[in-house]
Design a protein. Structure first.
Length: 242
């Protein structure tokens, strides 16, 4: 009997995750989904075959419970999707240490700890198996309006680069760099050509993985925008207020 293909998703109720499941529903036999509200997540995926899904009610801020849940996962995962993230509020975080700590935990510290444990649960197969993590363009250069969020995402991007070296010739490590995406609970504002829908974002991720890309930009415009921004000398860049 052929081994079942198993995928893990953290942040299973996000719109990107939902659309990724739709794209991968016939490619994986088991979906192990972590989300904060298990009843809501079950309802979201109720139209799919129930036998394919295993649900875990999980709050990433409770790292001990998260690691216990990870320990209970199968030891032969084929793919990992890490979608979870939170932009936070830098103004409030400057005043409330607990909010700053929460931002760093959700966007950097706990994902690094968890992904490090998850990669030990994977089958080695460079051609077919992968770890795919959603980061942010905010992590490509520091901005005061995304001070702590951007710092956390920069750390996550660097961790993935190092993990890619570690798992070279074993498992693919894919860094997804989105720009603006219209996802709940808020909608982005700005030039329409810079804003992607969750449906298009999921499709770009799916196609990028199929093409063996290691870095996937959801919107190619952001790739060129960030390259331009990174050319600006620090003495000049610090004068910008964005």
């Amino acid at each position: 009997m052929q081994n079942k293909k198993k995928v893990f998703i953290h942040g299973g109720s996000s719109l990107i995750s939902i659309n990724l499941v739709k794209l991968y529903i016939n490619e994986f036999d088991e979906f192990h989904i972590f989300s904060r509200n298990i009843s809501k997540t079950k309802e979201i995926f109720s139209s799919f075959p129930k036998e394919k899904f295993c649900y875990y009610e999980n709050n990433l801020l409770n790292i001990n419970q998260t690691l216990k849940d990870i320990d209970n996962l199968p030891n032969d995962l084929s793919a990992i999707f890490w979608i979870t993230g939170s932009t936070g509020d830098p103004t409030k975080e400057e005043e409330e240490m607990s909010l700053l700590e929460e931002n760093l935990k959700v966007n950097f510290i706990n994902p690094v700890i968890c992904i490090n444990q998850l990669q030990k649960k994977m089958k080695i197969d460079l051609k077919n198996n992968f770890i795919c993590v959603v980061t942010s363009v905010a992590g490509l250069r520091g901005r005061y309006k995304r001070l702590f969020y951007g710092s956390a995402k920069a750390g996550l991007i660097n961790f993935l680069s190092g993990l890619r070296q570690k798992l070279n010739n074993k498992i693919r490590v894919i860094t997804v760099i989105p720009g603006y995406i219209n996802t709940l609970p808020f909608k982005e504002t700005g030039p329409k050509f810079l804003i992607a829908s969750p449906e298009s974002a999921a499709k770009i991720i799916y196609n990028g993985i199929k093409k063996n890309k290691e870095i996937i930009y959801i919107n190619i415009f952001w790739k060129f925008i960030m390259k331009l921004i990174n050319f600006i000398p620090e003495k000049i860049f610090k004068k910008f207020k964005f």
